[in-house]
Write a protein that binds this ligand. Sequence first.
Ligand code: 5AD
Ligand code: SF4
Length: 439
Amino acid sequence: MNAQIPRTFQVKSFGCQMNVYDGERMAELLEAEGLDAAADGVDADLVVLNTCHIREKAAEKVYSDIGRLVRRDGPPPMIAVAGCVAQAEGAEIVRRAPGVDIVVGPQAYHNLPELVRKAARGEGALDTDMPLLSKFGALPARRRQGPSAFLTVQEGCDKFCTYCVVPYTRGAEVSRPFAAIVDEAKALIDAGAKEITLLGQNVNAWRDAEGRGLDILIRALDALPGLARIRYTTSHPMDMDESLIRAHAEVGKLMPYLHLPVQSGSDRVLKAMNRSHDAATYLRILGRVRAARPDIAISGDFIVGFPGETEEDFEATLQLVEAVNYAQAFSFKYSPRPGTPAAEMEDQISAELMDERLQRLQALLNAQQLAFNQASVGRRTEILLERPGRKPGQKVGKTPWLQSVHLETEAAIGEIVEVELLSAGPNSLAGAELVKEAA
Ligand code: 5AD
Ligand code: SF4
């Protein structure tokens, strides 16, 4: 417990990009209230743990983090638990971790300043409401966040995959209004953003009151001067409609990268997951996407060891991976989550079998990722410089296909430079800047 109005803060975000976005917005909110971000390595008066509930390991992490904060030298900070664990386990956190002063869910964090004042008065400060009016209207304007910025356009999920907590932690699917998104994009560009990634748990289900879909929003952003690159994530295969696919052929600033999770290659498992598509449908959709944009990099998410998954089911996943040839992918062991239907299913898979399958899947995905990077060697392309590298003079940027490239350059962070890709590893490439001939 800490009964003083804090002067400095730190926000620690875990989990998905939407959590990173929420963390940035909480920081902006606290700064607007007159608090200062604590300098690196300096203890903050207020620590916001912006948590993730997607798998058990992520969710349990919050309790060890709280323990560490409570035991730190000097007075303990005011602790706020935000994010999806706060939403899912609010009351339990208060019971299990008496050092926590504030619990605030992902749809309620616009109330954080009020909760801080309450906590400083020693009052209980728990807010996991999901108000009808969205938090976005109550947040301050965007500030500088670097050349690549996130922008949440859609939140929540109505799909109810049987393994997933998101419909419970983030609530029902809600799309933000068109004008509010375009205004936020302009503010981000004014603050220095060159690239905007539109975020949503089901971003391609974005649709406004007038029936406009994500493709129209992407085309509106394409028209904004100063913006160079547009990306969007995460998409559901069944919301990958023809107009969005066409945008990949027609919109110059839309980058050739698509994150389209499939989770499994077995139709039986996909059905048990309530995914509403089979493996063949997924492959057909990717075929259409690739016809529109032949060089597109495909990325995906996989779960191994879903309840009842047989060796045959798992091999169907490997076959699908072979058929797709991913540029990048994320794979996880199934983690039973409280309140989800799959947690109650019979035939839960043993930890050993899950480990073995994850290793086999990751070996294949890693080989595909390396091959994708190696196939880029010799290519000339544009890199958006995003951060300094480890060596002096070195900077790190991204290709249109979202590969990280290390290079020596005098150009500033935020600039786009022409490079030739020289060599490739599994996670990044090295490049050399192409110097323009003097006129
Ligand atoms: N267990 C393991 N992985 C999960 N994911 C979602 N829920 C679970 C779970 N219960 C994975 C999915 C999703 C990604 C964000 O996390 O692959 O696409
Ligand atoms: Fe984690 Fe999902 Fe919440 Fe993102 S939306 S923080 S992945 S539980």
